[in-house]
Design a protein around this ligand. Structure first.
Ligand SMILES: Cc1cc2nc3c(=O)[nH]c(=O)nc-3n(C[C@H](O)[C@H](O)[C@H](O)COP(=O)(O)OP(=O)(O)OC[C@H]3O[C@@H](n4cnc5c(N)ncnc54)[C@H](O)[C@@H]3O)c2cc1C
Length: 576
């Protein structure tokens, strides 16, 4: 049942308290409340997702941030790799978390990415073969909005229709689709066609798969809390409620027991405590989770003492090892008016598209602004550092196609565009997150250190070269007019570097701020069963536990973390 305030709940005790109703948090809330005898409390800082049209309509995620109620409205510290610029750092602030605001790309990562997680955590339960059952539990393969014949666009052998999150191929045909496919035929060595990039071997070019059903976003809030799930009597969901810290009471052997959560509805409002009888599960995301740990005295003692926070567990790994993907929108003028550019600058056109979507669930609004994806690698032997990717069958960079302007700024008032965004997907840079003050309402210092190494800059340059090479295929001759001015000016190595540093941003994939490491390791924040090291009663399930960013968009890895965490919690408490 959904509540706007904790006070509306008839007093009861809770077996589990889940902090953060985001991507992973909603998975836990659903799975743990499957057993009617288990009582679950889910606390979410943001509002409900119900009736938020910019979240429901797949084409409109760019309207959800920054500077909205649905975004945390964070910004980064000055980024050295971006010539000292700070950038906006969106995170979803509503039920469903970032799955309610994201661009819906559905990518499971490579088998090498998962096998590396198994190696780094010392737990084979994170390997590619072990996580297949969690993919199956999460995914509900669904026909595209327009019901077109999808043969040749994906491989059914790698998909499940037994799960909860809806996944589909695009439901609206764009003019450039056939040109993209023609390019793989023309340049098969550089851009080989990949029938299904979710088979564990993502390299190549393929049709995007997205978390969309019938022209509407499928988020963890619409899926795992959709239908009858949210009305379960043993599931209590409270929105507009921010957790400010965790308290410990008592010891289990030598470990402090962290099962009490403090929360409030406003900065100056009263603080309330609730204690879970079994476990607290932190699912506040790669920014929120380390922030709460640090505010609770779990972190680097020296830094905590400097802010007047009493250290309960001295663990310098909390907040460190942040990694993310830098992305650069590269834009071309095109010889077509059938792009999505007029949506943002012609209100009559936009209103007609929305009306048509509302009536028929058809048209260009049924899809994400992202179309086909390419996963690729720089040439072997072209760099001297150890390869930061998970292996030779894993992408080091990505190209993402959009049928219109997808820059960080508004589309120009005239002109029609195609964007090929390029992202470094196996970065060697690492950043960190620290507290700026001991006030839970002050944003932490977020430093993803994007393009922080020469290697990452080198890969981005190679990715821009690849995007330029792509449009030289004959298929584009009468479609692409010329490069947008900023790209066109990048003609020498020095101007290319400046173009990259000035125009890159984040593709919103931070992970690693509460990394898992083997049991007994002296670094890391959680064990491979996601229990926080050095304390009792506290687990973490969200993007923060992934020790390295996968070469993939991160929502599917997070859904897998949520599903596996639920299964670990159930077996730890005999609830299977
Ligand atoms: C704009 C954007 C676009 C993206 N596009 C894609 C994409 O196309 N494909 C893809 O795979 N991935 C994408 N991602 C990334 C992906 O969505 C995230 O990696 C994933 O959703 C993170 O899940 P999570 O559970 O770790 O955190 P979240 O889903 O962010 O959940 C954390 C939740 O905790 C809540 N919370 C935080 N602090 C507190 C607190 N103190 N008290 C109470 N609640 C709290 C938050 O409000 C939020 O609801 C995108 C992300 C963003 C922001």
């Amino acid at each position: 049942t959904l509540y706007n305030s904790f006070e509306d709940i008839t007093p009861t005790s809770f077996d589990f308290v889940i902090v953060g109703g985001g991507t992973a948090g909603c998975v836990l809330a659903n799975r743990l409340s499957e057993n009617a005898n288990v009582s679950v409390l889910l606390l979410e800082a943001g509002p409900s997702n119900a009736d938020v049209f910019d979240s429901i309509i797949p084409m409109l995620p760019s309207l959800l941030n920054p500077n909205t109620l649905y975004d945390w409205n964070y910004s980064t510290t000055p980024q050295t790799g971006f010539n000292g610029r700070s950038i906006q750092y969106p995170r979803g602030h509503m039920l469903g978390g970032s799955s309610s605001v994201n661009y819906m790309a559905y990518t499971v990562a490579s088998f090498e990415d998962w096998n590396r997680y198994a190696r780094l955590s010392g737990d084979d339960g994170w390997s590619w073969s072990s996580i297949q059952k969690y993919i199956a539990r999460n995914e509900d393969w669904t026909p595209p909005a327009d019901g077109h014949n999808t043969s040749g666009q994906y491989n059914p052998a790698y998909h499940s229709s037994q799960g909860i999150t809806s996944v589909s191929l695009p439901g609206f045909a764009h003019d450039f689709d056939s040109l993209i496919i023609a390019t793989t035929a023309e340049k098969p060595r550089r851009f080989p066609f990949n029938l299904d990039m979710n088979d564990g071997r993502p390299l190549g070019l393929g049709w995007i798969q997205t978390t969309i059903k019938g022209g509407q976003r499928s988020s963890s809030a619409t899926s795992y809390l959709g239908g009858d799930f949210a009305s379960r009597e043993n599931l209590h969901i409270v929105v507009n409620t921010r957790v400010t810290r965790l308290f410990h009471n008592g010891l289990h052997k030598v470990s402090p027991i962290f099962r009490t959560v403090e929360f409030t509805q406003s900065e100056t409002g009263p603080r309330t405590n609730v204690t879970a009888t079994k476990e607290v599960i932190l699912s506040a995301g790669a920014v929120g989770t380390p922030q709460i740990l640090l505010l609770s005295g779990i972190g680097d003692q020296e830094a905590l003492t400097a802010l007047g926070i009493n250290t309960i567990v001295d663990n310098p790994s909390v907040g460190h090892n942040l990694s993310d993907h830098p992305v650069l929108p590269n834009v071309w003028y095109v010889n077509s008016t059938a792009t999505f550019d007029d949506l943002s600058r012609n209100s009559t056109f936009a209103a007609a598209e929305v009306a048509s979507w509302a009536k028929t669930q058809q048209g260009m609004l049924v899809d994400s602004p992202l179309a086909h994806l390419v996963w690729a690698r720089v040439p072997d032997g072209s760099y001297s550092i150890p390869d930061p990717s998970a292996g030779p069958l894993t992408g080091q960079y990505e190209m993402l196609f959009s049928n219109g302007w997808l820059g960080a700024t508004q589309a120009p008032p005239t002109g029609y565009f195609m964007t090929i965004s390029t992202a470094v997907t196996a970065p060697s840079s690492r950043g960190n997150l620290t507290l700026s003050t001991s006030n839970p309402f002050d944003q932490p210092n977020i430093n993803p250190n994007l393009l922080g190494t020469d290697f990452d800059l080198f890969v981005m340059k190679e990715a821009v070269r690849a995007a330029r090479d792509f449009v030289t295929a004959e298929a584009w001759e009468s479609y692409v007019v010329r490069e947008f001015e900023t790209l066109a000016a990048a003609t020498t190595p020095a101007t290319l570097e400046q173009y990259i540093r000035k125009n890159s941003g984040t593709i919103f994939h931070p992970v690693g701020t509460a990394s898992m490491s083997p049991k007994g390791a002296r670094y890391g924040v959680v064990d491979p069963d996601l229990l926080v090291k050095g304390v009792s009663g506290l687990r973490i399930a969200d993007a923060s536990i992934l020790p390295l960013v996968p070469s993939a968009h991160t929502q599917v890895p997070v859904y897998i973390v949520g599903e596996r965490a639920a299964s670990l919690v159930k077996s730890a408490h005999g609830l299977d």
